[in-house]
Design a protein around this ligand. Structure first.
Ligand SMILES: C[S@@+](CC[C@H](N)C(=O)[O-])C[C@H]1O[C@@H](n2cnc3c(N)ncnc32)[C@H](O)[C@@H]1O
Length: 228
């Protein structure tokens, strides 16, 4: 296994370990940037596509699926971590379903149906797993469908490191002492994200940079791609 594949694997190990504190952090809305900016931003970006069916990729405990199902969409949320999928299932209302599925399984054809919209909200953290998922994404979309990604804004996430793609050490900074074993994550420049969408046959058709109301800095990057 390459170092990069090893790092990809550590990401899931970390989410298995931190599922319980993650559910508590979401339930208590303790992540200020989510509360103030990025939750509303991804809901608005998803609704703008007016999808009837949606796949929430890396759905966590399912908050986004719940909101979008409440807007009338038929939603399937998938995540590899059983504790998170079970939390989502316990709270599911009409129009929502959840399955335990890894990106590797998705890329391997585990789902035989297609969707109008794939949403990845802060859930694309690795390298090879993400690239395989992107390669499989066109096969999960209905004609005219879209792939929507919200991620850390590269300008803000870059920090002191070189502005080039690469693995970065993980941190749970700002999330409190309950979290442990942060996993490395794969930094991508803005150009690299755009290139990944294009390479997967889903060129970017819309880009949003929601601003943090207090700092005036970009709180996230939202990219939307669609088949040519
Ligand atoms: C930061 S959380 C975001 C969760 C949710 N999208 C949200 O907005 O709250 C990242 C999620 O990605 C999931 N994830 C990461 N790598 C994955 C993989 N290879 N397969 C399936 N899920 C994965 C984790 O289990 C976790 O639930």
């Amino acid at each position: 296994m390459s170092d990069s594949e090893f790092s990809d694997r550590k990401i899931l190990q970390s989410w298995h370990r931190n599922a319980a504190p993650w559910v508590r952090a979401i339930d208590s809305a303790s992540i200020a940037s989510r509360r103030l900016v990025t939750d509303a931003a991804i809901v608005a970006a998803a609704r703008a596509q007016n999808p009837a069916t949606l796949l929430d990729v890396g759905c966590g405990e399912g908050w986004l699926s719940r909101i979008l199902a409440g807007c009338g969409m038929e939603v399937l949320g998938v995540d590899a971590v059983p504790e998170l999928v079970q939390a989502a299932q316990r709270r599911a209302g009409p129009g929502e379903a959840y399955r335990r599925l890894s990106y590797e399984a998705l890329a391997g054809g585990a789902l035989s149906r297609r969707f109008d919209l794939l949403v990845c909200n802060f859930s694309l953290l690795g390298k090879e797993t993400v690239e395989r998922l992107f390669a499989a994404a066109p096969g999960l979309l209905n004609p005219g469908g879209h792939l929507l990604v919200q991620t850390l804004h590269p300008l803000e996430a870059c920090g002191e490191g070189d502005y080039r793609d690469g693995w970065r050490p993980g941190s749970w900074a700002g999330l409190g002492g309950e979290f442990s074993e942060p996993a490395p994550w794969y930094f991508r420049t803005l150009g690299s994200w755009v290139e990944l969408f294009a390479r997967s046959g889903l060129p970017v058709v819309e880009l949003r940079e929601p601003l943090h109301p207090e700092s005036g800095r970009p709180a996230s990057l939202i990219l939307c791609g669609s088949p040519r």
